[in-house]
Design a binder for this molecule. Sequence first.
Ligand code: NIG
Ligand code: FE
Length: 389
Amino acid sequence: MSVLIDRIGELVTNDPELGEGPLGIVRNAALVLDGDRVAWVGPAGRAPAADERYDADGRAVLPGFVDSHAHLVFAGERAEEFAARMSGRPYSAGGIRTTVAATRAATDDELRAGLRRLVDEMARQGTTTVECKSGYGLTVADEERAVRLAAEIADEVTFLGAHVVPPEYAGDPDAYVRLVTGEMLAACAPHARWIDVFCERGAFDADQTRAVLAAGVRAGLVPRVHAGQLGPGPGVALAVEFGAASADHCTFLTDADVAALAGSETVATLLPGVEFSTRQPYPDARRLIDAGVTVALATDCNPGSCYTSSMPLCIALAVREMRMTPAEAVRAATAGGARALRRTDVGRLGTGARADVQVLDAASHLHLAYRPGVPLVTAVWKSGRRVEG
Ligand code: NIG
Ligand code: FE
């Protein structure tokens, strides 16, 4: 089954060899999807024939968003906690335990339905690649279940047994780290590609983070780290030391952290929805970009620190609050996310890329930041299959 997307006003390819600027913009373009791949990119009116034609009528077409950080296997919600925060109570990692209790009590089908609902909600907003973490089970069986369910539905699966120390191990956190790095890792690694740790005061310290990442690497997983969310700490340095694909949050960074990221292959994944939803200061993306760090944007969709699934919201916040240009934010939400997941097949639109495409009801990518809160995504294909519009 092939689809011709014709009369594209502005095509964002993310390939500077295909078009103008860092977004590789081609004007008056057409795109042919064949099965799950992009088969042809070129000027409108010259495209080869296809089974179906979609008339973009001068609109902007972009690669689907790559949301490289989300926690979607959970039950319940924490709206009251959000309301309390908006009345001045600070965010604390302690709320995670509320979701852990609800998640443990849920059936597989309930968790699957919740995950499916969020992945569909994301697709309607242009997200075609989703990373999903465990971390609300925190027993061997509950974590194994979380990564197994995530692998059914999400594109990328991350084992986050080291999210917080569960109440039953409160008196002996190191025993919990031994469980995570032993039996729990053995049960979860077959379903996951990534190992993650919440390296933060109140969660896991440097030694514990090091133990978890090292065990994950021995089990064949690739590191990524929750780092510098609530205050400066050792997370970024450890992420770089372990060659992590990404250090996520990066809200509080020292100059040494920025220099370490700049000299590494580790992406800084910024999650502005978290700062929005926890009333924290936003990270300074400009400082990172100017130092030469690759930046990704992601939602961190979860019931506690940020319950948005909207990449357009993250783009708008990044532009308004984090000193990113609209083009930088769009690139970070597509190619940046792909880099954070070490994927070369998504986050771009060129021949051979995965057929993940979104059409905006607007003439340009600028409108994603220029028209905040407006549902601009009007048609979406994921792996060549129409999922919206
Ligand atoms: O990335 N920081 C740790 N984990 C999540 C929050 C999870 C929760 O509050 O339920 C985050 O912000
Ligand atoms: Fe997170």
